[in-house]
Ligand binder design. Structure first.
Ligand code: TXA
Ligand code: MG
Length: 321
């Protein structure tokens, strides 16, 4: 892997794009301090320019490069959860080009918990801006093969196998001592409160304005219609794919049945959610996909967030955004 990391770092330093594994999903990376390189990310993803990028770092010192006057509470938060699936939105410094933040005065920063990602950032010697390495609105990639499917022409793909967490990082904004959830993920606000009691107040309200386009109702969608089971279905249409989360008996028949977990473990469900949707998308015997919901509790909040967004555009009365 050393040689590939050196090659990939050279691509980043020459203003090119590198797809790389993180613990959550694969990212499509560029030198975060090079606005022209960052512009190529938006072009490759066909991503609207109002959607800001997360900047990935490998050293805690880089927090002070990307943001000014980082409060002690944020250092404590970073030290507890980094490297890990938590993005912290902070006021940006002058070093961060506007294109990275879509003109916002804030920047999302995280240190990924993946050795390939960390080595790439260290070898490139610059922070790496990276959204998930998918076309805008489509399923996030959790393997190098998924990246190739949607983005066959990017400069370099580092293959680190399947990601382990499987859904994108939790995003929080910290303002003063208030910590607000912008996107649910593997780490919950309860986890933060438990790890750092008394440090933050938590704002559980959904932000009024669209501060995080991850809040779009439709996102992460497979190319085939996806429906969340209501529990009332007696049978499924022909050529249906069925995704379940434990091997308990079902009377529903389907052309293809996949299990994200045998036991209902939410950690396994999260890890296998996008890969099961990718597999159904690629399965020629499947025309539409049905998926069982999970309880909206703990990690189930983030899983249902992704599931609802993936299914949203296929609902009968979906107002398209
Ligand atoms: O796990 C992850 O976060 C993955 C890996 C590659 O790190 N990245 C990822 O990036 O999911 P992306 O671009 O697909 O989603 C990033 C989300 C977007 O919804 C964006 O709006 C939000 O982060 N975001 C980035 N900067 C922000 C900011 N300054 N304020 C509010 N939201 C921000
Ligand atoms: Mg994404």
């Amino acid at each position: 892997m050393d040689k590939q990391i050196q090659e990939a770092a050279a691509v980043i330093n020459n203003g090119g794009l590198v797809a790389f594994p993180t613990e959550t999903v694969y990212g499509l990376g560029a030198n975060a301090l090079n606005p022209i390189a960052v512009a190529k990310i938006f072009e490759a993803k066909e991503r609207p320019s109002f959607d800001p990028l997360i900047v990935h770092i490998a050293s805690f010192d880089d927090l002070n490069v990307l943001s000014d006057n980082v409060p002690q509470s944020v250092f404590m938060l970073a030290q507890k959860f980094w490297p890990g699936p938590l993005t912290i939105v902070l006021p940006k410094s002058k070093m961060v080009p506007d294109i990275v933040t879509s003109g916002l005065e804030t920047v999302g920063i995280r240190m990924p918990n993946n050795e390939v990602a960390l080595q790439l950032i260290r070898a490139a010697k610059c922070p790496i801006a990276a959204p998930s390495a998918n076309k805008f609105g489509q399923l996030s990639p959790v393997s190098a093969k998924h990246v190739r499917k949607q983005l066959p022409n990017i400069d370099y793909i580092l293959d680190g196998g399947f990601t382990t967490v499987g859904i994108e990082s939790t995003i929080v904004a910290v303002e003063g001592n208030v910590c607000q959830l912008l996107r649910p993920g593997f780490i919950t606000l309860e986890d933060i409160e438990k790890a750092l009691p008394g440090v933050f107040e938590f704002d559980y309200s959904t932000p009024q304005k669209l501060v995080s386009p991850g809040l779009l109702k439709s996102h992460y969608s497979p190319k085939k219609p996806l429906y969340i089971l209501s529990g009332a279905e007696e049978q499924l249409p022909e050529r249906s794919g069925l995704i379940l989360h434990s091997n308990e008996a079902t009377t529903l028949e389907a052309s293809c049945v996949m299990y994200t977990s045998q036991t209902g473990s939410l950690v396994e469900v999260a890890a296998n959610l996008f890969s099961s949707l990718h597999a159904m998308e690629e399965n020629d015997s499947v025309t539409q996909i049905f998926i069982k919901p999970v309880e909206i509790k703990g990690l189930g909040v983030a899983i249902m967030d992704r599931m609802r967004k993936a299914a949203y555009q296929y609902q009968p009365n979906a107002d398209k955004e």
